[in-house]
Unconditional design. Structure first.
Lengths: 62, 226
């Protein structure tokens, strides 16, 4: 079910947003596959859903 | 909260066991701000709403989350797997590898007013079903003869696939940005080809008619259970 999401962001973020794939998840975007810990840039609105579902976490600027 | 949910995990999974679309309408440019706590708790919102659904209560947390992201949750809608989609799934799972078609990751949009049909296909132009075989390059009033948008920012496009290890579902997520007014978009199809009137229509769904202004965004998260 839901995955623990350790992401921290100072927000705000507009498109595109850089996210990190949460452990145990796989993301296919732009014909490329990203898995645990991989960092990928996604359209913000697309990322919204994936963040809410716990598939990815926002990469902080810190 | 997770500990408390463990006792009813099977019930929660049952509620979530149907394929569905989450449709969100974003009104132009938004001040989309998420603080750290929002991001950390985001997956829990789905859980909390599922529990509310089990109790027969209206969902609250997910719509509120999307509101804070600058969008309106249009709704969560079931989809229908077409007969062609059933055959497609069989081929993908058990057919000869070299004969397997492309993956179903392309989402198309229409303002056709028909309901979903198991008989529908990617090339249908019969007006008793959603006309995915009809190219619709301009906007117009919703009707039973309207086709799939091929322009105005809503042309069929590849979604982003996401899957969690061991979970019996995956999602295809995409966001369309309207480049013109769109009248009452209300149907979505998931195809295995990126061009209108081609490929296999795997599943289709209708949702609450959603009218977009120029630069508005329509975000779709399609959950497929396997």
């Amino acid at each position: 079910m839901s995955k623990k999401n350790e992401a921290v962001t100072s927000g705000p973020y507009q498109a595109p947003v850089t996210v990190r794939v949460v452990e145990g998840n796989t993301i296919n975007h732009g014909d490329k596959t990203y898995t645990d810990g991989d960092v990928v840039e996604l359209p913000a609105r697309t990322a919204d859903h994936l963040i809410l579902a716990g598939h990815v976490e926002v990469v902080t600027d810190e | 909260m997770n500990e408390h949910l463990e006792a009813i995990t099977d019930l929660v999974e049952e509620v979530a066991a149907k394929n569905h679309l989450t449709i969100v309408h974003y009104h132009g440019e938004q001040a989309d701000v998420l603080d750290a706590r929002s991001v950390n708790l985001a997956p829990m919102l789905h859980q909390a709403d599922r529990v509310r659904m089990l109790l027969g209560k209206k969902v609250f947390y997910l719509p509120e989350a999307y509101r804070r992201l600058g969008g309106d949750l249009v709704g969560v809608f079931p989809n229908l797997r077409t007969n062609a989609g059933t055959d497609y799934a069989a081929t993908q799972l058990g057919g000869v590898a070299v004969a397997s078609p492309a993956v179903a990751k392309f989402i198309g949009i229409s303002n056709n007013t028909n309901v979903a049909s198991v008989l529908n296909t990617a090339t249908n132009t019969t007006t008793s079903r959603i006309c995915w075989g009809t190219a619709q390059a301009t906007d117009g009033a919703a009707s039973t003869s309207r086709g799939e948008y091929t322009a105005l920012g809503l042309a069929r496009a590849a979604a982003t696939y996401a899957h969690t290890t061991g979970v019996s579902s995956y999602s295809q997520t995409i966001t369309f940005t309207a480049t013109s007014a769109i009248t009452a978009a209300q149907a979505a199809g998931l195809f295995d080809a990126g061009t209108q009137n081609t490929g296999t229509l795997f599943v289709e769904s209708i949702f609450t008619p959603t009218t977009l202004a120029n630069t508005d965004q329509l975000s779709i998260a399609w959950t497929i259970n396997i």
